[in-house]
Ligand binder design. Structure first.
Ligand code: ADP
Ligand code: MG
Length: 395
């Protein structure tokens, strides 16, 4: 689960991590009032969407950037007016952009240096890892690719947290001294603690700034939570903004399906995450591009499978569907009947390749064969992948 910058910053504030003062606004009038309330000469109006790269992104069909400095209440209202209701396109949103429904009006910060800070779970270490870099404010993926030696890392034990010797070392690598180094120790340990306490999967502050007065401050804030741990955090669940989420992924989630939208044109309906991954691999191996990842689960019922078809067939990019089922807990007859039920309900507007194996496979194949529905039967994974790629290419 993702949250907005303003929400992440509230969590930072609660954890004792310094952030600029800020006020959320939903109208230009509220933005003007927020500017006045902040009381400084300079403020920043920032679009709140679940995507990064806002500073360089623009509102579709306009010049307006997603983050802009303002110097008057009128200015704040003008920028808010240009952002609100518009679709912000950034390198992370895709060409359709994401609609801006609220803006954060924030006190302008006197920036001396822009640094980078991120925390992720590192499977190699089997621990969370704090990463910092002097190359803040820019594309960190590019830094990691071109100048990896400028990224400094410290894996830490979730039970004991980041240790002071680790934060001192990182502060030194960043060239922080005196009061700033001391502040960094407190800052780094606090964000690492927040990461563990909230079961985050990602926390990122880009830029982490050193102010003119030598203080550290989080100027941006991004947090993702581990969905599997959300049951432990009812307060965090309240921060969820479903309007920012992919409509298909949301629908699938409600039906208990695990779905990830992708860019390709081959819809995949598979049971089991491992089989779903290998299905995508083999589709790619034969020159195709999956339109989605979809795991209906080991014991999906007819309603879930029908809903899965609705989601797949509703994707305009989907040119062919591959159903790849290994009947373990699930019986192939269940899936065969679900395919027919889905056909009755939604109709198939694209070719359908079905590969069934496992429990009640003969009965399942028979049901499909005798149904009269136009289905391409496949024997084995390779055959299935070849047939569906061919069908999608012919479409
Ligand atoms: P994004 O990463 O989505 O582009 P950021 O929050 O990082 O958005 O903002 C982009 C840039 O705007 C920052 O790198 C920083 O230079 C500037 N900025 C953001 N917030 C403030 C602020 N409160 N005061 C001054 N400058 C800011
Ligand atoms: Mg940023």
């Amino acid at each position: 689960m993702k949250i907005h910058e303003y929400q992440a910053k509230q969590l930072f504030r609660d954890a004792g991590i310094p952030v600029p003062e800020g006020i959320l606004a939903k109208t230009p009038e509220e933005a003007a009032a927020a500017y006045k309330q902040l009381g400084g000469a300079i403020a920043v109006v920032k679009a709140q969407v679940h995507a990064g790269g806002r500073g360089k992104g623009t509102i579709k069909g306009a010049e307006q950037r997603g983050v802009e400095l303002v110097k008057s209440a009128e200015d704040a209202a003008r920028v808010a007016g240009a952002l609100l209701g518009g679709d912000l396109v950034t390198i992370q949103t895709g060409p359709e952009g994401q609609t801006v429904k609220q803006v954060l009006v924030e006190a302008g910060c006197d920036i001396a240096r822009e640094l980078y800070l991120g925390i992720v779970v590192d499977r190699g270490y089997g621990k969370p890892v704090l990463m910092v870099s002097t190359e803040g404010g820019m594309d960190i993926e590019k830094v990691a690719h071109e100048t990896p030696h400028l990224i400094h890392t410290a894996p830490f034990d979730p039970n004991f947290g980041l240790q002071s010797y680790q934060s001192r070392k990182l502060a030194w690598k960043l060239g922080l001294e005196g009061a700033a180094a001391k502040a960094a120790d407190k800052f780094f340990r606090a964000i690492c603690k927040l990461f563990v306490d909230c079961d985050c999967s990602l926390a990122e502050i880009n830029p982490l700034v050193v102010t003119g007065a030598g203080e550290l401050m989080a100027l941006d804030g991004k947090i993702n939570f581990d969905d599997n741990a959300l049951f432990r955090h009812p307060k965090l669940v309240e921060l969820r903004d479903t309007a920012e989420e992919d409509a298909n992924e949301l629908r699938a989630g409600e039906a208990g399906l695990s779905y990830v939208q992708l860019e390709g044109n081959i819809g995949c309906l598979v049971n089991g995450a491992g089989l779903a991954m290998s299905t995508m691999d083999i589709v790619k191996l034969h020159g195709g591009e999956p339109a989605n990842f979809l795991d209906v689960g080991g014991g999906a019922n007819k309603d879930q499978v029908t809903e899965a078809f609705r989601i797949l067939l509703g994707d305009p990019n989907c040119k062919a569907v591959l159903v790849n089922i290994f009947g373990g807990i699930m019986q192939c007859t269940t899936i065969a009947n679900a395919v027919l039920a889905a056909y009755k309900e939604v109709g198939f507007n694209v070719p359908l390749v079905v590969r069934l194996e496992g429990t009640e496979v003969e009965e399942g194949r028979k049901i499909l064969a005798e149904s009269g529905v136009d289905i391409i039967n496949a024997e084995g994974l390779t055959d299935a992948a070849k047939k569906v790629v061919e069908a999608a290419n012919a479409a």
